[in-house]
Ligand binder design. Structure first.
Ligand SMILES: *[C@@H]1O[C@H](CO)[C@@H](O)[C@H](O)[C@H]1NC(C)=O
Ligand SMILES: *[C@@H]1O[C@H](CO)[C@@H](O)[C@H](O)[C@H]1NC(C)=O
Ligand SMILES: *[C@@H]1O[C@H](CO)[C@@H](O)[C@H](O)[C@H]1NC(C)=O
Ligand SMILES: *[C@@H]1O[C@H](CO)[C@@H](O)[C@H](O)[C@H]1NC(C)=O
Ligand SMILES: *[C@@H]1O[C@H](CO)[C@@H](O)[C@H](O)[C@H]1NC(C)=O
Ligand SMILES: *[C@@H]1O[C@H](CO)[C@@H](O)[C@H](O)[C@H]1NC(C)=O
Length: 835
């Protein structure tokens, strides 16, 4: 009762205010000779009411300080002015009002970092006023310098802004470096917001203006006033008053109860904020802002726009803040500043050799336009797909926008990007495929696959034949499915779903699904793989069930943890883990089934794929490996890259299998580990040396495999008549030295007519198989070399002249692999590095 009565009278704020002002401050005028030193418990110079203070503010998470003025009566010590935003000073720096009246900020070495400019003379003392204005007062009691005349990013009530004085935003919430957004009253009388360009402060087109021009030719007498009631207006030379903020909202936030400030925020928007004086731990609320939509207000031809080059702007939240995003395939130039544009590592390359653009690039679709970015070409009446394809096949093109009946190809860099309404047109962005991992949220355009004969035959059958034939076909397909179903798929119980769609199965389930492990489809170092059928999300799905050899019963939880880690890794060039079984000694992994078997079958078998297809597979493997090495949340070293571990899916895409398993088996010390280590012919020398295993072991194995793919033969082939050809890496390196690469592909007409690409691939492979791991490139670098993003320089000989190649040593001394150096303990230690 009583409290609501008090409330009625409006007494609560009043009482609270009394409490505030009773709080003692150690205010006094600052006399000559006084100083402050920057440290965590340094003093400050408060205003009489204690509402503002002048002193050192420590930057978040840094040992650096700003000489500044802040709201001192609220927990959030919001800065309203700072002297050295571009140049924070270390602990021990000092601000001093010298005995001869100079105000200096000095670093610990005594160098002057900042002083008022121009240097005022005749200073008697300094004073921190209750308005938030820090003043140097002359002997005749007038202010000879004041912070209000030298604003940074904030204006306070009672502050005025004259012509040509700029208020500049900081770079980020906690980065006080001056950014490119600024507010100014320009000479013709307009108050404008514009961006500027370093280093000469060229001004770009304004994105907000007050329409208060009064002096097109001379210098205006206009003034921007932030009066003590919180109103922001311009008094024109003739005395007219033009409101800048929305005057109607101000009475709801009376100065008696609220602190006010007007700030050019780091997102380029000018905002007026209010903060309740009580309770003190309230928040700053934006009560007015301009412009309304900064994205659409930036219309200049020059400069990068709100978000900078190669990005786009979309309206963010209700306080006018824009949302900046990079073009797909790009990332922020400066991760701490989303308004500074985006860049990419990969540069576009026009020399694709025998590759088609769609082997290297995806076109991604966005509802974005860059209306003020110059077009280098404009094509009338193309469909979206035609426009996208036209950009894909035009090596100069980065982005094409199909809008207003024309396909506009944009020059690089694109500037001032803006989100469009869904039906206003579409942009197509060319992105190197290595950048389109499955986590991308953009729509990817799938090109119709180049028709393999079978596909087009089925299509023709379906499209061109009678209903009867179609029926026959459907029945035939059903029969095939049912045959493999064969009554063995009744599950014990439905699989349970863990997070990220990882299923757990019982041993019984998997036994049934594989018909008692009947059909073996592969056998590797980690276990044996069987074909199975499981009802997954409502459809019968063929799966590959890998039964791990002789796992101990311990490590149940680790097994589950590792399996979940593997299951989280999704990439189009990796085989996906669907689920697992973890019942005592029975440890099984369930994978997607890859109908085309392993790469080994193709490159060493009868039906060698054509040259272009082989190269494409090599690219895909490189992308998968790059993903494992560099783009997963934790790096995964495969440790056993070889053609038997590369599978080929229905659409003839290469998919790496068995990744993450080395780690899984480490905890199981009961096993003999010798067979886990990489396979002879693909193993890097450091496996047998006393050095750490790094991702470079995979690079080595990839290099050997790349040569196998190029030459369609095994890396070690002792059957060959010509001894010089038995060890592939030796032979390749000899041919490379002798400049006779065509010998490597003697029976491959296509490869022989593409010697330039052949040479490039061989050079990349020779880089990969360098004996010194530090000389080998990273997988990402390998990918860049393959894609032509960077030039491939001549590789050094993988083995110094006279010495024997590593692979030949291995082939001569097979015993060496089981020497003491490679005993279980040693290998176990090495495997720790495969994490
Ligand atoms: C302090 O205020 C600033 C400006 O409104 C805001 O960005 C920041 O999040 C606030 N900090 C805290 C701790 O409330
Ligand atoms: C006080 O001195 C300053 C310079 O020292 C001068 O600019 C100003 O006009 C003087 N003010 C008065 C009221 O004399
Ligand atoms: C602050 O921003 C500037 C300009 O973008 C940048 O050079 C500087 O590194 C940033 N400082 C910090 C501490 O992030
Ligand atoms: C501030 O400006 C508003 C609007 O122009 C006016 O109503 C108010 O009286 C002014 N306050 C002061 C203290 O001058
Ligand atoms: C920039 O694009 C907008 C929107 O199409 C247009 O209104 C404006 O005139 C353009 N500005 C320039 C300088 O071409
Ligand atoms: C694009 O790929 C490059 C090189 O692989 C990588 O550094 C960059 O982070 C990727 N960018 C995005 C947005 O995924």
């Amino acid at each position: 009762m009583a409290s609501s009565f008090l409330h009625h009278l409006g007494l609560i704020p009043l009482i609270a205010m009394l409490c505030v002002t009773v709080a003692q401050t150690n205010y006094q005028k600052i006399s000559l000779g006084r100083s402050l030193v920057a440290s965590d418990d340094s003093d400050s110079w408060p205003s009489p009411s204690g509402e503002f203070a002048f002193g050192f503010h420590r930057l978040e998470n840094q040992n650096l300080y700003l000489l500044s003025i802040w709201f001192d009566n609220i927990p959030n010590k919001t800065l309203v002015w700072y002297a050295n935003g571009d140049n924070p000073v270390p602990k021990g720096s000092k601000v001093e009002l010298t005995s001869d009246g100079l105000l200096n900020l000095k670093d610990p070495g005594g160098n002057i970092v900042w002083h008022p400019n121009p240097i005022p003379s005749g200073v008697a003392y300094a004073d921190m006023l209750d308005t938030g204005n820090f003043v140097l007062v002359g002997t005749n009691t007038s202010n000879v310098w004041q912070s209000f005349d030298n604003p940074v990013d904030t204006l306070l009530p009672t502050q005025t802004l004259g012509v040509d004085i700029s208020v500049s935003a900081r770079t980020a919430a906690e980065n006080f470096t001056r950014s490119r957004f600024e507010l100014r009253l320009i000479r013709d009388g307009n108050l404008v917001l514009n961006t500027i360009a370093w280093p000469k402060e060229n001004k770009y087109e304004a994105y907000y203006w007050s329409n208060t021009v009064d002096s097109p030719d001379g210098i205006t007498g206009n003034k921007l006033i932030f009066n003590e009631s919180g109103y922001l207006y311009i008094i024109k030379t003739e005395g007219d008053v033009v409101n800048v903020n929305s005057a109607s909202t101000i009475p709801s936030f009376p100065i008696r109860d609220y602190y006010h400030r007007v700030t050019v925020d780091y997102d380029g928007v000018l905002r007026q904020y209010a903060h309740p004086k009580t309770p003190r731990n309230g928040e700053w609320t934006a009560i007015w802002f301009a412009p309304n939509d900064i994205c659409s207000s930036m219309n200049g031809e020059r400069g990068g726009g709100t978000c900078g080059f190669n990005s786009y702007c979309s309206p963010g939240s209700t306080d006018g803040s824009p949302n900046c995003q990079c073009l797909p395939g790009f990332r922020f130039s400066d991760p701490g500043n989303k308004f500074n544009g985006c860049k990419r590592d990969a540069i576009q390359n026009c020399d694709l050799g025998s590759l088609r653009p769609e082997d290297i690039y995806d076109m991604q679709e966005l509802n974005v336009n860059w209306p003020n970015s110059t077009n280098y070409d404009s094509l009338e009446s193309l469909s979206d797909v035609e426009c996208s394809k036209s950009c894909l096949y035009d090596c100069q093109c980065v982005v094409a926008v199909n809008v207003d009946g024309a396909c506009r190809k944009k020059k690089f860099p694109v500037s001032n990007g803006k989100m469009l309404q869904p039906n206003d047109g579409k942009a197509f962005v060319k992105v190197p495929i290595s950048n389109t991992s499955s986590s991308d949220s953009y729509t990817r355009i799938d090109w119709p696959k180049r028709s393999p004969a079978t596909f087009s035959m089925v299509a023709k059958l379906l499209l061109g034949s009678s209903v009867f034939l179609n029926l026959l076909l459907v029945v035939a397909i059903l029969l095939i499915v049912l045959r493999s179903y064969d009554g063995r798929t009744k599950l014990h119980r439905p699989p349970s779903l863990l997070d990220n769609n990882l299923c757990t199965f019982t041993y019984q389930d998997l036994k049934v699904s594989t018909d008692c492990f009947k059909e073996e489809i592969g056998r590797g170092s980690f276990g044996t793989v069987y074909k199975g059928v499981l009802p997954l999300s409502g459809t019968l799905t063929i799966v590959a069930v890998k039964k791990l050899h002789n796992m101990s019963q311990d490590g149940e939880r680790e097994f589950k943890t590792e399996a979940s880690v593997i299951a989280k890794i999704h990439h189009k060039n990796l085989v996906r883990l669907i689920g697992f079984c973890n019942e005592g000694p029975h440890k099984l992994l369930v994978y997607e089934f890859m109908s085309n078997g392993s790469l080994a079958r193709f490159i060493f078998g009868e039906s060698r794929p054509e040259w272009g297809k082989r190269i494409q597979l090599a690219f895909e493997i490189a992308r998968g490996l790059t993903y494992l090495h560099e783009e997963c949340s934790t790096q995964i070293i495969h440790c056993d890259i070889k053609p038997q571990n590369i599978l080929v899916d229905d659409s003839f895409t290469a998919r790496i299998s068995d990744f993450g398993l080395a780690k899984l088996l480490i905890s199981d010390q009961s096993r003999t580990l010798t067979e886990i280590r990489g396979t002879k012919g693909y193993v890097a020398p450091e496996w047998f040396r006393n050095t750490r295993i790094t991702a470079k072991v995979d690079v080595y194995s990839y290099g050997v495999m790349l040569l196998e793919i190029i030459c369609s033969r095994k890396s070690i082939d002792m059957e060959r008549q010509n001894e010089a050809e038995q060890i592939l890496v030796d032979w390749v390196s000899d041919c490379y030295k002798a400049r006779k690469l065509d010998k490597l592909v003697e029976d491959d007409e296509e490869a022989r007519s593409d010697l330039k690409l052949l040479e490039k691939l061989v050079m990349v492979a020779l880089w990969c198989i360098q004996e010194d791991p530090t000389v080998r490139p990273s997988m990402k670098m390998v990918l860049h070399m393959l894609e032509g993003v960077c030039i491939v320089s001549a590789p050094p000989s993988p083995f110094p002249d006279g010495s024997i190649s590593w692979n030949r040593q291995l082939s001569w001394h097979p015993v060496r692999t089981s020497s003491s150096l490679s005993g279980p303990k040693f290998i176990l230690d090495k495997l720790q590095d495969c994490l």
